[in-house]
Design a protein. Structure first.
Length: 306
């Protein structure tokens, strides 16, 4: 019966079989999940953030549970872009899904070097730039807080990238729509909204952070209302597509983001406690469209009524 229902979306010049992707840092390099679900059912997967050199990340503990969410201070641990291209990409190519590589650096040159390395890999559909990193060359301020710097990065990456470029926006700024406009003007092909919100958790007996670092990134259902608000604000501001992220744990959550203006969604923290959540979301979305007598997911996107 579902054959008459289309979940397909077009985004950044790419055709996605459905609008459900897994979010960076919560789905490894994808291959960790092959025994649990069929990667080819996903619209796409976004890898852990990749840097030029491998990184060990922050000292433990790196994850703390919070009400309705979690704080993490993983610190961008990863195997490095070269090892990804050599060891992971050839296997990932065997699956019929879009592989999007998340990229970070501590200067614009770092990002460009990762892009150059990934450009040599075969099987990457798009790059997603994580701009929530301190720019060490600019005194540690996040690139994502500075519209001009975010635009400079986007424009330079676009000049050399062999595939479409998504920019993942930081919610830890009062000017997310300004950053969105700025990177759109610099040539971004899409925007991922949002990354984690900065937060803290205090061990009251040791009077220290419960994590190895003072602050961490808050994610999970607790951030969903904020993420929805930001997705809507950004989608109303730019013409390029928005990928909605933040606390999605069910097909109903995904539908909310699509109605708010997201062309696709990414699922993060929920993968930790329900690794098959993305499959449930895909199936639930199709059933919802059938129940609502809609033939295409396109009818939902941006359909929010004021
Ligand atoms: C443990 C962990 C690691 C993450 N690592 C990255 C990363 O490397 N790059 C990135 O852009 N976002 C990273 N994120 C952010 C997620 O991709 C996502 O934007 C955020 O968690 C909000 O979605 P959620 O509430 O569904 O988890 C990470 C999140 C978590 C929980």
């Amino acid at each position: 019966m579902d054959t008459a229902i289309s979940l397909a979306v077009r985004l950044a010049g790419l055709e996605f079989k459905n609008p459900v992707l897994t979010a960076s840092g919560t789905f490894g390099y994808g291959l960790e999940f092959v025994e649990i679900l069929d990667l080819s059912r996903l619209g796409g997967l976004v890898t852990k953030g990749l840097s030029v050199e491998p990184m060990d990340g922050n000292p433990p503990p790196r994850i703390v549970e919070t009400h309705g969410g979690m704080l993490n201070s993983i610190g961008l641990q990863n195997i490095g872009a070269r090892a990804f291209v050599r060891d992971k990409l050839p296997v990932l190519r065997g699956y019929d899904t879009h592989v999007i590589t998340n990229i970070f650096g501590f200067s614009i040159d770092d990002y460009l070097e990762v892009v150059r390395i990934l450009n040599d890999g075969d099987g990457i559909s798009a790059y997603e730039l994580n701009i929530s990193c301190p720019n060490v060359k600019k005194g540690g301020m996040e690139i994502g807080h500075d519209p001009a710097e975010a635009a400079r990065l986007t424009e330079k990456v676009k000049r050399i990238a062999r595939c479409p470029v998504l920019v993942k926006l930081s919610p830890n700024t009062s000017s997310i729509t300004e950053v969105a406009q700025s990177v759109e003007a610099a040539g971004a092909d899409g925007l991922s909204v949002i990354n984690t919100l900065l937060g803290m958790s205090v061990d009251i007996y040791r009077r220290r952070s419960r994590m190895g670092t003072a602050m961490g990134g808050l994610s999970g259902p607790a951030i969903k209302p904020i993420a929805l608000r930001m997705v809507r604000a950004v989608a109303q501001t730019v013409r390029i597509p928005v990928l909605g992220i933040g606390g999605i744990a069910s097909w109903q959550d995904a539908v909310e983001f699509l109605i708010a203006g997201a062309t696709a969604i990414q699922i993060g923290t929920a993968n930790y406690y329900e690794p098959r959540v993305s499959i449930h979301v895909i199936d639930g979305l199709a059933a919802y469209l059938r129940d609502m007598e809609m033939s295409s997911v396109q009818e939902l996107i941006g359909s929010f009524q004021d």
